[in-house]
Each structure stands twice: as C-alpha cells, then as structure tokens.
Design a protein around this ligand. Structure first.
Ligand SMILES: [Zn+2]
Length: 283
C-alpha cells in the first residue's frame, strides 16, 4: 500500500471513531469538541466540551442537554462555565452543556434522526445510530476521566417537578451512601431516591457500573422560569463547594430541604382518558 493510501485509510479509521479536538489533560481552561462520526444517513456532529483542569483534586463531568425539550440544564451549564474559571480552586471539571444538539434544535425529548432516547442507549455503540454513537463517545472518551457525574435534567414541557437532586437505588450500600450524600450536597428542596423498574440503557446505571458517583437533577416543567434557574445554579454551586472544587459557603434554598423516596408502586395512572386538572402546586 502506498503512503497516500495508508494515510487515507488511517484517516477514514479516525473519522469512524469518536475523538476530541483538544487535549483534555492541558492545565487551565480549554475548549474544543467531542466529534461523533457520521453514518450512512447522518452527518458527523460536534459536541462543545469545556475543560477546567486545576491539578490534584476531585474529577467531575457535568452534562446537560440529554433530552432536547429540557432547556434549563443547558442554560445552567453555560452559567456555570462563566464563573467557574475564577471560582474553581483545584481538580478537574469537564462540562458538556448539550449532549444531543439535534434534539435541542428540534425541542424534542428523543433524537429526531433515529427516534431514540439518549438516556436509554448507554453505553452506546460505535457503529450504531447517531444517538448510540453519542453515548459511545461519552462512555469511552469522557467517563473514564472522572470519578463523579452530574447529569442535569429538567422535566420538559408536559411535566412539573419540585427542584430535586436524585439517585436511584444501588444494591451496594457504600456507593449508595456516597451517591446519596452527593445528592444532598445540592441542598435543593428535595433529595429524591427514585426507584424505577430496571430501565435499561440509562446513563446513571452505566456510570455507576463503572464505579462513578452519579447524581441527576430534575426541575420545573412547562416553560423555563428564572426562579427555578436560580435554584438550579445555586444547587450546582453548593455541590461544587462540598466537593472542595470551589471555595465558599453552601447556601440553603428558600425552601426547606426534604428527603423523599419514590417507589414504583407510588405511580398512579388514570383509569380513563381525560384532562388532568392540578388542584395544588407541587412545591
Ligand atoms: Zn431528561
């Protein structure tokens, strides 16, 4: 094989693998992209990645924009990026504000190209559809670099939720306790232990299987509200202070902090079609 053909062949191999356009190990603030290769029916996509590396200390990945109709978390991730370079004192923080750009553009929970829910396909597939390739890129290139993950969600246009940090039950007591303490560090109105029926492909269960502490958040619903955004941003700052990544004093929200447990058996489904009429606020 000629050198040209070899380089072209290597180039094609590179295009087929997810890769980063910058060195995540470099000190200080660095920005670049996680490039997810295209397939037969879709273009390659680039996810903006922000990396703040200040040496020894905890390592954290913050992700937003997993579901495209939950806009609060991308906004909060961008707010955090603005003040973090001067506030962070140690450790490493990687932020991906929008994991699923085409879903955000379409204001859709699932990815328009393949109809898949990104939070149901982890750890993804390198030769899969666009959603599976995003999960694969995050699983292989970002997750191994960190010990802790904050996955920022909100409740989208058709739900309503008290600002909450949450985790799901973990069989092993030690990671369960560490994860729940991390969730409580957000000091949000609710810290929620949310039982679900072994939903396959979730980011949290995959990250936990890799030994990571994983905390999700759920917020608001309907339209994006400034009050909820402020509570959300303060919650993330509180968690960063508890980790020792940022100096300061964690602030309690204006609401009392409660710990709740939601069991699968708590779900109530309407026996009939109709219009749901709320008679009280969820707060
Ligand atoms: Zn979500």
């Amino acid at each position: 094989m000629t050198l040209d053909k070899l380089l072209m062949s290597e180039g094609r191999k590179m295009e087929k693998a997810p890769h980063l356009t910058f060195n995540l190990e470099a000190p200080g603030m660095n920005t670049g992209q996680l490039v997810v290769p295209g397939g037969a029916n879709f273009e390659a996509i680039s996810l903006p990645v922000f990396s703040l590396n200040k040496g020894e200390g905890p390592s954290l990945l913050i992700t937003g924009g997993c579901h495209g109709d939950e806009l609060e978390r991308a906004i909060v991730a961008h707010r955090v990026i603005k003040w973090l370079p001067t506030a962070q004192t140690c450790g490493r923080i990687i932020i991906v504000p929008v994991l699923n750009p085409s879903a955000v553009r379409a204001w859709s929970r699932n990815t328009p190209e393949d109809g898949l829910n990104l939070n149901r396909v982890f750890p993804g597939r390198a030769d899969g559809s666009v959603t599976e390739r995003i999960a694969d890129g995050v699983s292989r290139l970002l997750l191994p670099l960190v010990d802790i993950v904050f996955d920022l969600h909100s409740f989208g246009p058709t739900w309503d939720c008290i600002p909450s940090s949450l985790t799901h039950p973990i069989a092993n007591a030690d990671p369960m306790a560490r994860t729940f303490r991390m969730a409580e560090a957000f000091k949000l109105p609710v810290t929620l232990l949310w039982e679900h029926d072994d939903t396959p492909g979730m980011f949290d269960t995959w990250a936990q299987s890799q030994g990571k502490v994983f905390v999700g958040t759920e917020f608001g619903g309907g339209s994006v509200g400034s009050d909820n955004l402020a509570i959300y941003e303060t919650g993330v700052r509180n968690a960063l202070i508890t980790l020792g990544l940022v100096d300061g004093k964690a602030e309690s929200p204006t609401h009392p902090c409660r710990t709740l447990e939601t069991l699968s058996s708590d779900l109530i489904k309407s026996p009939a079609r109709g219009i749901f009429e709320p008679r009280c606020s969820v707060l």
